[in-house]
Design a protein around this ligand. Structure first.
Ligand code: DAH
Length: 341
């Protein structure tokens, strides 16, 4: 062994110290390269064996190889230790305290109007009615004229209707959908149209925006009896039991004959209570047989086809069902109120 090269024992000892001192895998790799790599100290030592006396070479070679294996083993053991320590550190830093109280997530729910509307839709789809929608911004023609509502009708007044600058208006009822559905199509028709409507109205019982549902059926040989049958079925579906209806003669320009309908108060059974303002009856909506003029405007022959239509508010039903005392509670969007429903 020449003086400038450390002997095997020293080399192995140094390697052992450095391996033990390697603080992470990166450092360990560097130590390995220094001792065990192609250009490392052990390789250099093995190369220098050729300079020894031939009689010495075998023994020194064996010793050197044995030392190399021990260094390898020490490095592998250190690697295992470092990896284990690393895993433990990660686990410790990500420890979950499963006993900690969680934060409850708030779940939302459908708006009462949406609930009631879906319930209404479900009844009519079961009867084979389709669901139609019309725009909330509508022409005077579709909202009034085509429905036979004369120019001097009070509903057309600016006191009642929101007009836009371009002459269009916010629809005052869902009856506009009748005209849109019939335009360019041929009977039979059977649909409902739920949606928002707008009127110049603000009081505890009225809101400038509210919801209506329109029902409409045109076919051959349709009678007022068919209309009553559908309405009784609808009422039973909504209230969950048989209801009593009352039809009061009325006038709507787009139906003839026309009737206003009430149902016997489901809270007091006609005894009179706060909900029905002591009347025993609750207003439900309007209905009638479609006026021949409306059919003619849509190029449908009134001698061959007849139909019925009805329209009623949705909001009142939601108030009744969920015990909501004020209409405005439905539209103010106050989550504290809606959460209670
Ligand atoms: N459009 C009427 C209103 O808003 C309600 C109505 C009455 C609709 C009679 C109809 C009907 O379809 O036949 O007051």
């Amino acid at each position: 062994m020449t003086a400038d090269k450390p002997d095997l024992g020293t080399l192995e000892e140094r390697a052992g110290v450095e391996i033990a001192a390697a603080g992470d895998l990166h450092e360990l790799t560097a130590v390995r390269a220094r001792y065990l790599g192609k250009k490392g100290s052990v390789a250099a030592l093995l190369r220098s064996i050729g300079e020894l006396e031939p009689s010495e070479r075998g023994r020194v070679g064996q010793e050197a190889n044995a030392a190399k294996q021990r260094i390898e083993a020490a490095a592998a053991a250190r690697k295992g230790d470092l990896e284990r320590a690393g895993r433990e550190q990660v686990l410790a830093s990500q420890r979950l305290d499963v006993s900690l109280r969680g934060t409850a997530t708030r779940t939302g729910h459908l708006h009462p109007i949406t609930h009631v509307t879906r319930d209404m839709v479900q009844f009519f789809t079961s009867l084979g009615f389709s669901i139609e929608e019309g725009p909330e911004i509508e022409t005077e023609y579709n909202n009034f004229e085509a429905l036979n509502i004369p120019a001097d009708h009070p509903a057309r007044d600016e006191q009642d209707t929101f007009y836009l600058d371009d002459g269009r208006l916010l629809r005052t009822h869902t009856s506009n959908v009748q005209i849109r559905v019939m335009a360019g199509r041929k009977p039979p028709f059977r649909f409902i149209a739920p949606g928002r409507v707008y009127r110049h109205d603000l009081s505890p019982r009225h809101s400038p925006m509210f919801h209506q549902i329109e029902g409409f059926l045109v076919d051959e040989r349709v009678t007022f009896g068919d209309l009553k049958g559908v309405l009784y079925g609808f009422g039973r579906h909504l209230m969950g039991r048989d209801i009593e209806l009352r039809f009061r003669s009325n006038h709507f320009p787009f139906t003839e004959p026309s009737a206003e309908m009430d149902y016997a108060c489901v809270l007091c059974d006609k005894q009179g209570c706060a909900a029905c303002s002591q009347h025993g009856w609750m207003e439900w909506g309007g209905c009638g047989m479609i006026h021949p003029k409306v059919l003619e405007r849509c190029e449908i022959d009134p001698d061959r086809y007849q139909g019925f239509a009805f329209g009623m508010g949705i909001d009142r039903t939601a108030m009744l069902r969920y015990g909501i005392p004020q209409l405005r509670h439905l539209f103010e969007g106050d989550v504290r109120v809606l959460e209670q429903i």
